[in-house]
Design a binder for this molecule. Structure first.
Ligand code: PLP
Length: 235
């Protein structure tokens, strides 16, 4: 029989904790995000109440509907591609936005946050594998991008996010996670205003243990908690 959602979450937590031990990191250094795309509301609530730290949503309108319905049993983070015309809603909904990949969207977000009088925590998405199918800033451009972001008073850049290339063997993703950590550490040493650089959002169902060993502070887990998703239409 299929395990329940609380059982699956407990298993994922155990695997995270084991990976932190192997890496000599405290278990509290990693926050668990449940990725809710295509999951029905009842199952999302079950996960929220089973103690995930964060609910991750790809679609702004869906987040609005879900937050109206469920409130905030955990933090809500936006993951995936953010369209400029959705920014004005995103400002009111999310505790953090994970995938800033162009200065235009950051500028719009900064403008809207100024109007709302709030600071938004954001991460910069990095295309660690240089894949043409993926969004994100190329690794060599992340530092100059951070300098551009630094003049946006209402954004606080907390770290970096990536989706590693997909491999059958999660070990193969290790150099990409390690690259993201190295980039973060290097930028942190530069001490740019408003660029905090503590978070690493990396690791999904197939590769999160390796990501945690390499320093992930947020893992984004979908199907290892909720089971297989229906085939996707468009993002
Ligand atoms: C869907 C998604 C995930 C989770 O994927 P799983 O492989 O199901 O764990 C993580 N991050 C982003 C940006 C996603 O879109």
């Amino acid at each position: 029989m299929e395990e329940s959602i609380p059982e699956k979450i407990a298993q994922v937590r155990q695997r995270i904790n084991a990976a932190t031990r192997r890496a000599g990191r405290p278990a509290s250094a990693v926050r668990l995000m449940a990725v809710t795309k295509t999951v029905d509301d009842r199952r999302i609530l079950e996960a929220a109440h089973a103690g995930v730290d964060i609910l991750g949503e790809n679609y702004v309108q869906e987040a609005r509907r879900k937050i109206d319905l469920m409130g905030r049993p955990a933090e809500w983070h936006h993951i995936g591609h953010l369209q400029t015309n959705k920014v004005k809603y995103a400002v009111k909904l999310f505790d953090m936005i994970h995938a800033i990949d162009r200065i235009e969207v950051a500028e719009e977000l900064d403008k809207r946050c100024a109007q709302d009088g709030r600071i938004m925590k954001v991460l910069i998405e990095v295309n660690v594998g240089g894949e043409s199918t993926k969004q994100g800033i190329d690794p060599e451009n992340v530092l100059p991008f951070c300098r551009q972001m630094s003049r946006l008073d209402f954004l606080s850049v907390q770290g970096l996010m990536t989706m590693a290339p997909w491999f059958d063997d999660p070990e193969a993703a290790r150099p990409y996670f390690s690259l993201l950590r190295t980039l973060r550490d290097r930028i942190r040493e530069v001490h740019i205003p408003r660029i905090t650089m503590t978070e690493l959002s990396m690791g999904m169902s197939g590769d999160f243990e390796v990501a945690v060993e390499e320093g992930a502070t947020i893992v984004r887990i979908g199907h290892a908690i909720f089971g297989a998703r229906p085939p996707r239409k468009e993002m």
